[in-house]
Design a protein. Structure first.
Length: 197
């Protein structure tokens, strides 16, 4: 039995469903909203690489290292982005949340907060994780701010950690949240979601 079994998570008009090849056209359309593949600090696939992106995610699922979700508008079923559990370590009950991106029209909306609430709730309350982590490019300040709003703590920076798509070498900012910090973070996230936008 895999540590993470296929599951659909939904709340507040957002649904996360296991990523499948049937999501190719939807992912391509979501990425085209803002030409997100042009951002040097994200992993959004270029249009012609969308199928390979999904196939790679499915291979990583089979290997147990990543479980990718298509993020949908629950009412219409439209694909609006993608997010994943990755760097899954069952022995220590740790997952990271990443490979996250959304169509431009959904950015700075409730979508990311709801998706993260769903993923964190599942990780801490169903998978019984001890730690949930995040990582992001040192120049992706919007991502860092979003992670910090979730209540995650900055662990540090791994210098010279990975290649960007343009061939430059990035520093990676690492964040985490422990199970004992989750109840307060959950309460704060729900509070923020209930505030008028």
């Amino acid at each position: 039995m895999a540590f993470i079994e296929p599951v659909t998570l939904s709340a507040r008009g957002v649904a996360l469903v296991p990523l499948a090849l049937s999501h190719e056209a939807g992912l391509r359309a979501a990425a085209a909203d803002g030409e997100l593949w042009r951002l040097r600090v994200t992993s959004v696939p270029e249009p012609e690489q969308t199928r390979q992106y999904i196939e790679d995610a499915l291979a990583m699922r089979a290997a147990g290292s990543r479980f990718a979700f298509a993020v949908l508008d629950a009412a219409s079923g439209t694909v609006i982005g993608c997010s994943s559990y990755h760097d899954i370590i069952p022995a220590v009950k740790r997952v990271e949340i990443g490979y996250t991106w959304y169509a431009r029209r959904c950015q700075r909306s409730h979508v990311n907060s709801v998706a993260k609430l769903l993923l964190m709730t599942h990780a801490f309350e169903t998978l019984d994780c001890h730690v949930v982590g995040w990582r992001t490019d040192n120049f992706n300040h919007a991502s860092q701010a979003a992670i910090e709003r979730l209540g995650a703590r900055k662990d540090g920076v791994i210098r010279g950690h990975a290649l960007r798509r343009d061939g430059t070498i990035r520093d990676t900012v690492m964040y985490s949240m422990r199970a004992g910090e989750w109840p307060e973070a959950r309460a704060q996230l729900l509070y923020l979601l209930d505030q008028p936008r």
